[in-house]
Unconditional design. Structure first.
Length: 444
């Protein structure tokens, strides 16, 4: 058997992610909401009309890559600055150089990676130079700039939010890395589509993780005369996943989320935890599961336990902050809570019944009694005439009709006797009885 080497044509010591980093927008994958045809950021880059901006997004979504693309296309002096290794002295030196260039009619674009690591004093040092136009500042951060960037500096920057890369974009990126001369283009790498999908699923929207995983899989592939073949066994070791065949867009994806949803609805915490774990082990994005739990909390629990929605939203936030594998226990807690919560679909049925009326009945105008009379003309047209302010009454109730005439007696919400919703039902019945009477009791 002929021995091949990954370095047969030239020594490559850089990681794959660095070697295939694009220098042009045509090779950039993802962020279509910012870089699609006609989108503002794409136009700014292509026209070299960059203004001060902040790139905010999770790791591996292209913040530094966009900065490098700008560096390759701008006619300005481009300076790459690190918030980790630089202090006030370095900042002042760079600013003074930029100010000298400005006086000579030259622009300076300053890129600061991890700008959130700068303290207030360091960030303040940039402010006067941004205001004078000595520099065009581009900052990259994984933290919310509302909390980590000084408000004065933030107000002078446009914030662009970069999202986790979609699985399809990651697959495209991996294929590009395999074919690119700067990647594995000369290595004759053989890798199946489902294996690429497995790597993309494991990466959870992080391009750097995807490329590093691909590089590891290729380095551990089987070498033959035909090239390098990535095996399932080798890939499993790289991504620590037993199941490589879980397709997040295929039938099994929908089967598993259906099983999770119906197990929680049936108050079976053991089955619910099992199906959730199957999804996580298959590489499912934990944020997807958390979003489904939020939907479940309102659709299947509703007002029977109002805390259910808070628990589900908290689980989503925990997944966002921690990521896998640490957030698995947060999801498990939420799944068990929702499984054991009392169940009511009254909120869901109310919305569905109202949607049907939206489709089948005409859109009624808002009754005059409910309109705000914010101008003299509106008052003359009887806007707000007869409006009764509930807080002015002892019972905090009025007999005012809030529905359009054609829907005067329509009911959408039918509360159940489950959990806390039983109290809601009793109060609603008391309110309706009061409104049927001409006079009100002293209190409910």
């Amino acid at each position: 058997m002929e021995q091949l080497t990954l370095f047969d044509d030239r020594e490559r010591t850089e990681p794959l992610a660095a070697r295939v980093r694009p220098t042009d927008l045509k090779d950039f994958f993802g962020q279509e909401h910012l870089l699609g045809k006609g989108k503002i950021l794409r136009q700014l880059i292509e026209k070299d009309q960059i203004s001060s901006m902040i790139f905010w997004g999770p790791p591996g979504v292209g913040k530094t890559t966009l900065a490098s693309i700008i560096a390759g296309q701008t006619k300005a002096e481009f300076i790459n600055f690190s918030a980790v290794t630089s202090g006030i002295k370095e900042i002042k030196d760079v600013m003074n150089t930029a100010e000298s260039r400005r006086r000579m009619g030259q622009r300076t674009v300053l890129f600061i990676d991890e700008i959130h690591r700068f303290n207030k004093a360091q960030q303040d040092a940039f402010l006067p130079f941004v205001e004078k136009g000595s520099i065009t500042l581009i900052g990259a951060t994984t933290e919310n700039p509302s909390f980590e960037v000084n408000s004065a500096l933030l107000s002078r920057c446009k914030v662009f939010v970069l999202k986790e890369l979609e699985e399809k974009d990651l697959v495209k990126l991996l294929k590009y890395a395999i074919k690119s001369p700067s990647g594995f283009g000369g290595q004759r790498v053989h890798i199946a589509e489902r294996q690429l999908t497995a790597i993309a699923a494991f990466s959870n929207g992080d391009a750097r993780t995807a490329l590093n995983t691909l590089e590891m899989a290729v380095l551990n592939g089987e070498i033959s005369r035909e090239g390098i073949t990535v095996t399932d066994q080798g890939l499993e070791q790289c991504i620590s996943r037993k199941s490589l065949l879980y397709d997040k867009n295929g039938e099994e994806h929908y089967n598993l989320i259906s099983a999770l949803h119906k197990s929680m609805r049936n108050s079976d915490p053991d089955a619910a935890v099992y199906w959730m774990s199957r999804m996580l082990e298959g590489g499912e994005n934990p944020l997807y599961i958390a979003r489904r739990l939020i939907r479940f909390a309102s659709e299947d629990v509703g007002l029977a336990d109002s805390n259910a929605l808070q628990v589900a939203v908290s689980a989503y936030q925990a997944c966002h902050f921690l990521g896998m594998p640490e957030c698995d226990v947060n999801l498990t807690q939420a799944v068990i809570y929702l499984s054991m919560a009392p169940k009511s679909n009254a909120v869901y049925r109310a919305r569905e019944a109202c949607k049907e009326d939206m489709k089948n009945k005409k859109a009624e105008p808002v009754p005059l009694i409910l309109r705000n009379a914010s101008t003299k003309l509106m008052k003359e047209l009887d806007y707000g005439k007869g409006y009764e302010y509930a807080h002015d009454t002892k019972e905090k109730l009025t007999h005012m009709q809030c529905m359009p005439d054609s829907l005067k007696d329509r009911t959408y919400y039918f509360p159940t006797d489950q959990g806390e919703e039983k109290q809601v039902k009793q109060r609603l019945e008391t309110i309706k009885e009061w409104k049927k009477r001409d006079t009100s009791p002293d209190s409910l």
